[in-house]
Design a protein around this ligand. Sequence first.
Ligand SMILES: *Cc1c(COP(=O)(O)O)cnc(C)c1O
Length: 369
Amino acid sequence: MVTRVWDYMPEYEQEREDIHDAVETVFRSGQLVLGNSVRGFEEEYSAYHGVKHTIGVDNGTNAIVLGLRALGVGPGDEVITVSNTAAPTVIAIDQIGATPVFVDVHEDDYLMDVGQVEAKITSKTKALLPVHLYGQCVDMAPLQEIADRHGIPVLEDCAQAHAARHHGKIAGTMGKAAAFSFYPTKVLGAYGDGGATITSDDETAANLRRLRYYGMETTYFVVSTPGHNARLDELHAEILRRKLTRLDEYAQGRRDVAQRYQEGLGDTDLVLPKVNPGNEHVYYVYVVRHPKRDAIIEALKAYDIHLNISYPWPVHRQTGFHKLGYEEGSLPVTEKLAKEIFSLPMYPSLPIGTQEKVIAAVRDVLATV
Ligand SMILES: *Cc1c(COP(=O)(O)O)cnc(C)c1O
């Protein structure tokens, strides 16, 4: 059987009754859009994070789009972020007519090099968008200090970091607002697309609610800024409510898988993830690094193991973003990492036997490349 980096089937088999019950609950509720399940999920997601507001939306990209717009970012403004991320982080900035401004990342933890941010701030900078990449939080205290000094809001991209903690705080509770994706592969995943933006700021929350619903507060009347149709579906909201009760278990399951990789591969020349002091990593993906990455991936196919690279091309070097003017070599660490990183299978229901097979195969291959 082929082993891949992610598979939802083992989890579905375990949770089948609950998922079917969620579907039945929604189908029998008489309300398929913005009903009890979305309201319930929003309350429970806020309570989990200890924030005042959750606004459920249709995907993580729109969670960022609406988050930025709700914070007042618009055409011609600049948003400082990283190129070492999933493209949607940057696509969201582009979509609202703002300009992404990139800083490089650290070579050891792959996260935003906060020390480079202040030099990039201009009069047009309207938001800072750190990405808690792979499930580990960016060094938030110095970033927030810069943000406060310049009066610029921070929107956290938490699409990969549900339940991650940073010096005791839950990811998404440190900036002015935070965007989450519930794409099926994520640490908290729906059975299709979903997302949410959370905040404790009442005005930002009111903006988000309007923006999600065409710009309306009540039906048929656009109040100020025309918005989007970006609603979270009842079906996904109800499934997410069920799964939210298991979120801490999912995170722990991922840490258990990471622990077994550490034990099985810690003595090889593969560079394993570095967890910074004060961080609780949730390992959305388990990213390792080796100069012979391509040969390793190729050789593992003979063992029926098909791995992924998150991500093979830095956003600034994708042709759709050449318009931003970042030449090759402009973000040297990001570019170097993209050539050497790859991901091992990671999900909480990953069978131990499968993981042992992966560890043995990787050890075999490392001895020959
Ligand atoms: C998945 C992801 C997104 C986008 O979420 P979608 O639900 O796929 O739109 C944004 N940022 C990061 C870092 C992601 O991993």
